[in-house]
Design a protein around this ligand. Structure first.
Ligand code: FE
Ligand code: FE
Ligand code: ZN
Length: 278
């Protein structure tokens, strides 16, 4: 099964996202749990969620991926920044319980000058407060490009977080193709080498999702600007190798390319043609 989807707006609720996904040929999707700049999430509408769950099971969707607001910083130096991150993530975990078995992706954070080690300690502290050992939601650390003081652009940093949390079995990784290439892992010329390195450092069994993006910037630029599929420095051939690679082709792929819904529909159609053997 090829699980492919894109980022969708959550403003009209869960059922609407599933309907939108089906309309554009997707069988999974990503959404922000709330306004990306933070703020209060819409109340859960249980009828909406029930209709949504029925529709996605009927259409055999892959796991849906919730994305934390990108302003959330679990390892900020200001305690108010960290308590905001705690409030949002704890609330998101409660909300995700309505859609069991989903993925929750977040940016590990920026250490803002405190150093990687201190950053990792603060991230672990926060995760231990918000993760309940009985939850069905899998929390994913996103691979980052390493702009500014971002934690998580080296696989070793993600591994250190997983090693130190109380519930490592609830933690995994989401691999963003734009970020990883921007971080200096050669996705274009040596995808297998990058996956070997990921496997050696973190373990491919911890990899649960792929953010499928082209990049506006060159290899190792530490920039993080996504480009449409085939129009960036990765290019369609590299993207093709990603979605057909034996070790990761079974994972769900989520587009976060600069597109409106019609552009996403075209990209999904293109990627489905490449995987047309299934
Ligand atoms: Fe992200
Ligand atoms: Fe991403
Ligand atoms: Zn990005």
């Amino acid at each position: 099964m090829f699980y492919i989807g894109c980022h969708l707006s959550a403003s009209k609720g869960y059922l609407h996202m599933a309907q939108e996904a089906i309309r554009i040929g997707a069988n999974t999707f990503q959404f922000f749990t709330r306004n990306p700049r933070g703020g209060k999430a819409k109340d859960i509408d249980e009828q909406d969620v029930a209709a949504f769950l029925e529709l996605i099971s009927e259409h055999q969707f892959g796991p849906i991926l919730a994305h934390a607001p990108y302003t959330l910083n679990p390892c900020g130096s200001d305690p108010r920044v960290r308590s905001f991150a705690f409030e949002v993530m704890a609330d998101d975990m409660r909300r995700m319980a309505y859609t069991p078995g989903g993925y929750y992706n977040f940016h590990p954070g920026s250490h803002v000058g405190q150093g990687i080690e201190k950053g990792i300690d603060l991230i672990v502290e926060l995760l231990d407060e918000v993760i309940d050992p009985n939850q069905t939601t899998q929390v994913l650390l996103e691979t980052m490009s390493g702009k500014g003081s971002e934690v998580g652009s080296r696989f070793e940093e993600l591994r250190a977080i997983i090693d130190r949390v109380a519930c490592p079995e609830k933690l995994g990784v989401c691999f963003d193709t734009c970020h990883v290439n921007d971080a200096g892992y050669d996705v274009v010329n040596d995808l297998d080498g990058v996956l070997d390195e990921f496997d050696r450092v973190i373990g491919l069994d911890r990899l649960h999702a792929i953010h499928l993006n082209d990049s506006k910037n060159p290899f190792g630029s530490h920039k993080d600007r996504h480009e449409k599929i085939g129009e960036g420095t990765l290019g369609l051939e590299a993207v093709t190798r990603v979605i057909t690679n034996k070790r990761i082709r079974h994972l769900p792929f989520y587009l976060e390319t600069p597109n409106e819904i019609d552009g996403y529909a075209r990209e999904i159609q293109l990627l489905r043609q490449i995987r047309s053997d299934e």
